[in-house]
Design a protein around this ligand. Structure first.
Ligand code: F6P
Length: 353
């Protein structure tokens, strides 16, 4: 077997652990040759690949980022105004690939599946995202690391906030799902957690800040980038042309700061954590999960189970047809046990009324 492998879309901690596990498992279990494709689909368009062997993937388990590089704007179907998918398919054949391992999000996998339909080699997908929002997958690698980073940030911001008696707002990533803010908010003892799934009432949040200020307590607010006020809109930081989802959220912490400041006596400060959540070494949990995902992807390849994505369901490794997850988004259900728990211990979720 000759297998190509690429990482596409935004990076996340644990990608190298997957690359390592896929390569080692394929070499050891069936003597396959593994070809690394550089910078996602850009490498297929620009014909940039390199062999991956035991030595190439040695020592990368704990390294952040991706040794292959990635791109979130290179589509073979619309490359500089042209459809170059036929050339890309021809290149896959030239390389003698039997299949492709695509480590990416929804956009990357949909593209790989489309290439397969256009005559390209079949694919097996490994889901990646710090957002933990992939349908049919209860835990994506990278999420645990992001939660650990945000938790540490919350703890650091809390001590300085307490010294000054301030209201401190920390904004997390997560796109349209509040998983990072919810778990890190609970782990970092946030007083207020604001999620995309529950529009927040600014008066309600201000009341919490005032009540705490009266007791000489700082207030720690953890807000997801996709949260919005009741009746308000998403805060868009920029749009990225050519990206499968061109909208980049960011800055809602500043909007909340502006709305809160006139309503409270304490000084209100905002911190947007940004890409610090995506970089660095994966946690031990993510290293193990990513290794299992990589090994499971190799199993699917050996069994010829193509067009499927590796997942975790009820704590067990599984796989689902790509078509069943494409274009969907796994958000926090309003009856999720962590939301119920947060409410019951007195965390404000910004709910109106
Ligand atoms: O999907 C992962 C993610 O980090 C989101 O949480 C965030 O909204 C987005 O990617 C940022 O993308 P970029 O790195 O392209 O700005």
């Amino acid at each position: 077997m000759r297998i190509g492998m690429l990482t596409g879309g935004g990076d996340c901690p644990g990608l190298n652990a997957v690359i390592r596990a896929v390569t080692k498992s394929l070499i050891r279990q069936c003597g396959a040759e593994v070809i690394g494709i550089e910078d996602g689909f850009l490498g297929l368009i620009e014909r940039r690949v390199r062999p991956l062997g035991w030595d190439e993937v040695g020592g990368i388990l704990a390294t952040g980022g991706t040794i292959l590089g990635t791109s979130n704007t290179a589509s073979p179907f619309a490359w500089r105004g042209r459809d170059v998918s036929a050339e890309v398919v021809a290149y896959q054949r030239e390389l003698g690939l039997d299949a492709l391992v695509t480590i990416g999000g929804d956009g990357t996998m949909t593209m790989a599946a489309r290439l397969g339909e256009a005559g390209g080699v079949p694919m097996v997908g490994v889901p990646k995202t710090i957002d933990n929002d992939i349908a049919g997958c209860e835990r994506s690698f990278g999420f645990d690391t992001a939660v650990a980073t945000v938790t540490e940030a919350l703890e650091r911001v809390e001590t300085t906030g307490q010294s000054h008696g301030r209201v401190m707002i920390v904004e997390t990533m997560g796109r349209y799902a509040g998983w990072i803010a919810l778990e890190a908010g609970l782990a970092g003892a946030a007083d207020v957690i604001l999620l995309p799934e529950i529009d927040f009432d600014v008066e309600r949040v201000a009341a919490v800040c005032r009540e705490r200020h009266a007791r000489r307590r700082a207030t720690l607010i953890c807000i997801a980038e996709g949260a919005k006020p009741v009746g308000g809109a998403l805060t868009v930081e920029r749009t990225v042309a050519g990206s499968p989802d061109p909208i980049r959220l960011g800055g809602v912490a500043h909007l909340l700061r502006e709305q809160l400041q006139p309503r409270v006596d304490a000084e209100v400060r905002a911190t947007v954590l940004g890409h610090v959540q995506r970089g660095g070494s994966p946690t031990p949990f993510d290293r193990v999960l990513a290794t299992q995902y990589g090994n499971e992807a190799a199993h699917l390849l050996r069994r010829g189970q193509f067009g499927r994505m590796v997942t975790l369901q009820d704590g067990r490794l599984a796989s689902v047809p790509l078509a069943s997850v494409a274009g969907q988004n796994r958000r926090v259900p309003l009856d999720h046990p962590l939301l119920v728990c947060a409410r019951e211990i007195g965390v404000c979720l910004g709910e109106a009324g």
